[in-house]
Design a protein around this ligand. Sequence first.
Ligand code: GDG
Length: 604
Amino acid sequence: KTVELYYEGYSNQTIWPLFHYFPSLLSYDPRSWTAYLDANKRFRDVVLEHLQPDDLIWVHDYQLMLLPQLLREAAPDARIGFFLHIPFPSSEVFRLLPGRDELLQGLLGVDLLAFQTHSHLQHFRSTLLRIGGLESQIDQVEVGGRAVRLEALPIGIAPKEFRGLLAENKDGAKFLAQYEERFRNRRILFAVDRLDYTKGIPERLRTYRRLLKTHPKLRGNVVLIQVAIPSRERVSSYARLRRRVNELVGEINGQFATPDWTPVVYLHRGISRAQLVALYALADVGWVTPLRDGMNLVAKEYVACNRGHGVLVLSELAGAAAEMGEAFLVNPFDEERTANVLARALRLPADARRERMEVLRGRVERNNVYTWGERFVSYLAEAAASRARRPTGQPPLLDTGAVVGAYRRAKKRLLFLNYDGTLAAYTGRPEQAYPAASLIRLLTKLAGNPANLVALVSGRRREDVERWFGRIAGLWLAAEHGSSIRSPESPQWEILHHALTGDWKPRVLQLLESVVERSPGSLIEEKENSVVWHYRMSHPEFSEWVAGELIGVLEGMLGESEVSAVKGQKCVEIRPLWINKGQVVEYILKAHPNADFEFAAGDD
Ligand code: GDG
């Protein structure tokens, strides 16, 4: 039951169609999600049973996208990599997936995450940003202080093993001789795919029909050999496809065949590897036109086995197209143009065919499956080693044991704690980030210890800080980045700096209002000494660009004044230059020169 819901269900009726840009074929049953989770957990349990300290764990493909994080939770130090064999879709398509957030989290449990192409990697990054709210770099993303390395590692084949079958006296060579005899004087177009709607088989057959219609001279002189291996036959969309392909083959042969010529030779079954390489070697055209494909190995196998006389007609929607620019690249949905490209490819002089094929072959030889595997494994080992050293881009982690020891030994401790992004996570709107009851309890306990001086140093307005934390006994409060401070003994705020006079605020507010108009979802926060434009809820890339533009305009506008624009976490704050949280530290240190433990936590 689990296998059916997990494999035929969530894997092949939900993820597969969606990741190949067929949202209309997506079907989703909530029970299949439970089964997917269950199956991934079972894989985890088996891996954990066998895991040794020096192992590398390499997880493959879309059926196991939850496994990395499940493993990470159970074995935090494990070295884990993941390779996705199918495309990673654009974020707008990924958005449609039930379970999308869990899948993203699941994948991010790795040290190394690799895709077939740079485009898939870019789609993943933009999905992280738009759906997960996570910024990333071209080759890595940080998740909770841990770096995840991102790579595009196109898979290859084992070219020599394929070609080996064509050596003298080998089975491949024998089949080739038979086929040459059988198809003498005819040019062969060859296609082999799993019978899958992503492979573009009906489109190819229709294109072939068009080719025969518009190029009558080809009739009797070309043969399309289409091998379609039965696949996932219990899924209804596959059964429908099978009927459609049968009909088309029947129609074309019925319309064009003559007593001594069959236009389409159709095999609905697998063939031996020896027969396969013989057909690759024979074919004048390798016709590889999926509607979407992670890579497509058939294209590479054809190139490896071809004797230099053939041409590769390749869909630009296959991952392989990124590395195979010397092929004839086509859009398989455009049947008219594809038919013309085929006619042109068949007319191409032998020299030009050989030239293209040689370049392609060189690349298939070099980027083979062994170099692919070695690269993956060495990148994974590197990524895991740098995680173990320290998370990239971050200051070194504090040694918790040492901090706790120093805390225990100290007689007078000073603790400076920032609020947003430090004690509370960022939320869409600033007012939603109120403190959890557990945080209030913790601060009450810390501040209640007579050996501690705890100061909450926030950028927020006095009212907010006071409303949330004003009743905690012994707690120092600092608001608006340290422009005012309140000691626990007095209910009065002490102003470290008085608000500036001058007309900067109305001018800045007017400018910000126009920016809010252009960036839906963004908002303005007004404080006594400063103004903030928040854009966490706005379009991530556009608003980042607007923030840069805004700072430029503000710099010109504020010129030599005492006020400047500072970029914060998804916000731009306009405030007097002299305001900074450091002055709170200075103020308190001066009053407590005997402190023997000073601890500050903040994110800005
Ligand atoms: C996934 C991704 C990605 C086919 N017919 C016969 C036969 N084959 C072999 C071919 C080739 C393989 O099956 C098919 O590989 P593809 O890459 O074309 O496609 P998927 O199965 O969809 O694989 C794909 C791949 O993973 C690897 O990362 O390229 O994009 O979808 O090797 O030769 N072999 C034999 N008889 C057949 O009739 N012996």
